[in-house]
Design a binder for this molecule. Structure first.
Ligand code: FAD
Length: 368
């Protein structure tokens, strides 16, 4: 099993100083993505018995925060890959886990497809159909904004099956699959977001994960739990990157005869960023502890971590742009990227409003 520090050092070397260029190009070179995937960095919680790295949630969280501090597009690929792996691990039977997890741990790339034109926050409105046909199933539907789909070898697709729902593993090379890049996304511009058209795609029935006709809520909640904790740690990374940029600039840049850091209103911005990073880190560490100790609090702690971290990342990135002012007001500057990327974190894996609804229900059930 690799040590988390080794994986962080390896990722740091592979990433180098390229993220601004990737953001401008709207893509990450295949070699970079494949190198990290083959080392297991993109889904580092896959157990060693399936060829994975076998990190626990806390260590994978710090790895995710590190990658997120450098490049939210690459961190988005990690989230998708890890979410696909987690879904297969939780919903798949033993042969499915053996077949698919070893592919992901070995370097194949995956994306997870829930959202549709008419089903965003309300995934019970999904219309994608998964229909039995002999020893195959046929998948038909439209998916939107699927992160990493432009890079993916396989998709975990959620849809209706009979009176219930199912999730199925679909190769992107299968006849009937079309992947169409989302043009000019606000942020995470190199994350390979795509519209995915599924036109009568036949896949073996053996690739329907863990049986058919399950509850949509159960399937979706299982997958999103990983997505949420991964995004939450990614937001910690955004805050750390902003702290680095802000601290350096505030010490170097002088106005009114002294460094910006010595102006108390600027110092307050630095203090608030530090507090945001510490709050987000602790929320994530607590959620990961719940994962690692299999605590029943895991789901609520994860939603809370994602909600708090994404709000702080969006506000913190705006603060960072404010402190750097014209120095950070260029599209590919790290704080400008952070500003665009962080806003998206308030929308995905359950928007902040949806998180608030979940948290309110939890509070009312616990404290009433
Ligand atoms: P809507 O559901 O139309 O919501 C619009 C607004 O109304 C939001 O502010 C929402 O919070 C609010 N709202 C909706 N319902 C309620 C309610 N009941 N109470 C209060 N407020 C409400 N999908 C995937 O399947 N896979 C991916 O990998 C993926 N990656 C994404 C990456 C990015 C960068 C983005 C932007 C989206 C991605 N999505 C992905 C889609 C994402 O999951 C949806 O955008 C998200 O669930 C919100 O759905 P929507 O955009 O349709 O907004």
């Amino acid at each position: 099993m690799a040590e988390p520090d080794e994986l962080i050092a390896f990722a740091g070397e592979v990433i180098g100083d390229q993220p601004d260029a990737w953001d401008r190009a709207g893509t990450i070179p295949d070699k970079v993505v494949r190198t990290l995937a083959a080392r297991g960095v993109l889904c580092a919680q896959v157990p060693t018995r399936y060829g994975g790295v076998g990190l626990n949630s806390a260590d994978n969280g710090e790895l995710t925060a590190f990658v997120g501090s450098r490049c939210s597009s690459l961190r988005s690929l990690m989230t998708s890959q890890g979410m696909a792996a987690w879904t297969i691990q939780r919903l798949g039977d033993r042969p499915q886990r053996s077949a698919h997890l070893s592919r992901l741990a070995g370097g194949e790339l995956a994306a997870v497809a829930f959202s549709e034109p008419g089903a965003g926050s309300d995934l019970s409105a999904m219309t994608t159909r998964i229909e039995p046909d002999g020893d195959a199933v046929v998948v038909t539907g439209e998916k939107v904004w699927i992160t990493a789909a432009c890079y993916a070898d396989l998709l975990v697709v959620f849809g209706r099956y009979g009176d219930g729902a199912a999730a199925v593993v679909v190769p992107t090379s299968a006849p009937g699959v079309t992947v169409e890049r989302v043009p000019e996304p606000l942020g995470c511009r190199a994350a390979g977001h795509a519209f995915v058209h599924l036109d009568g795609v036949r896949v073996p029935a053996a690739d329907v994960l863990g049986g058919v006709g399950q509850s949509t809520a159960l399937l979706v909640t299982t997958a999103l739990a990983y997505g949420r904790i991964s995004v939450a740690w990614g937001c910690v990374g955004i805050l750390r990157a902003c702290l680095t940029e802000v601290s350096g600039h505030a010490r170097r840049r002088e106005q009114f005869g002294k460094p910006l850091a010595e102006h108390q209103l600027v110092a307050r911005h630095v203090a608030q960023l530090l507090a945001a990073e510490q709050i987000a880190t602790r929320m994530c560490a607590h959620a990961s502890h719940c994962w690692d100790s299999r605590s029943p609090e895991m789901v609520s702690a994860t939603v809370l971590a994602k909600y708090v971290s994404s709000r702080h990342a969006a506000a913190g990135a705006a603060t960072a742009v404010q402190v750097l002012a014209s120095a950070g007001a260029r599209d590919s500057h790290p704080v400008a990227r952070a500003y665009r990327d962080a806003k998206l974190m308030e929308i995905i894996e359950g928007s902040n409003e949806i998180c608030e609804l979940i948290l309110a229900e939890h509070a009312l059930g616990t404290y009433a």
